[in-house]
Design a protein around this ligand. Structure first.
Ligand SMILES: Cc1cc2nc3c(=O)[nH]c(=O)nc-3n(C[C@H](O)[C@H](O)[C@H](O)COP(=O)(O)O)c2cc1C
Length: 240
């Protein structure tokens, strides 16, 4: 049966094929433990965003994840040092290694902290063939000293979009964080803690579900068109 094609004069129809012909039966399932990088945005000695990150790490490990936490101490401000700086290299290698991330920021003056933002700013969207964040999963959490607020998680959702990450629907915001941890630094049982468990479970599931198809998810028509254009240009140059 013949099918009339929609009229798309400005679309290169051949370049739409990768989306149309995806066959998920061909996708192999990775067997290794899902890899998570956890970032937090504070340098305080008793930092609740770090303690919350440690709780998230315990949960993801218990579910079967391979978890690494980046220590932001010593990371220079963006562009303050060359990108060969060892802390920058460490952060970028961890980002590249990971399949999912957790970003936990304190709320400072109604925003995410500068320390949190500096880490994100040091991670390139693409470096040659490497795409340290694109198509990877992300969970966002915040701690605050006042009443419950969502400013930092909302801003980190925007940043996740900018980094082309799959930010999961659930999130955590721990208000009056100074009341939520015991002397040993462990989070007390509460609805906030239950929420963190839910968020980590959801992140784990989304990561396992999407990591094998991540290159396909991030493959874009406009980029295929751009590289096809570059190819035509090179062919023309050769012909000249
Ligand atoms: C400069 C500064 C600004 C802050 N701004 C806010 C704020 O806007 N809203 C809020 O609820 N708490 C605010 N706080 C409290 C912090 O969110 C709280 O102390 C949090 O635990 C800090 O994170 P950390 O423990 O990981 O360092 C602020 C604290 C500082 C030092």
């Amino acid at each position: 049966m013949s099918r009339s094609l929609p009229d798309l004069p400005n679309v290169e129809a051949a370049l739409l094929q990768p989306a149309a012909t995806a066959d998920f039966r061909m996708v192999g399932r990775a067997a290794h433990a899902p890899r998570f990088l956890l970032l937090y945005g504070s340098l305080r000695e008793r930092s609740y965003s770090r303690l919350l990150t440690l709780e998230a790490a315990r949960l993801l490990s218990a579910m079967g994840g391979d978890v690494k936490i980046f220590d932001p101490r010593g990371l220079p401000l963006p562009d303050g040092e060359p990108e060969t700086h060892p802390k920058v290299q460490e952060l970028r290698q961890l980002a590249q290694w990971s399949e999912g991330m957790v970003w936990t920021s304190p709320e400072r003056h109604g925003a995410l902290s500068g320390i949190m933002k500096a880490q994100i700013d040091w991670i390139p969207l693409a470096a040659g063939a490497l795409r340290p964040t694109q198509g990877k999963t992300l969970a966002v959490m915040e701690v605050s000293g006042g009443s419950q607020s969502f400013n930092a998680v909302n801003q980190m959702r925007i940043l996740g979009r900018w980094m082309r990450m799959l930010t999961i629907p659930n999130q955590s915001s721990v208000a009056k964080a100074f009341q939520e941890f015991d002397e040993a630094g462990r989070m007390k049982p509460s609805a906030y803690y239950e929420r963190v468990v839910d968020v980590m479970e959801e992140l784990y599931k989304f990561t396992v579900l999407t990591r094998d198809v991540s290159p396909w998810l991030t493959d874009r028509y406009s980029e295929r068109r751009e590289s096809a254009g570059q190819l035509t240009l090179r062919v023309n140059q050769t012909a000249i």
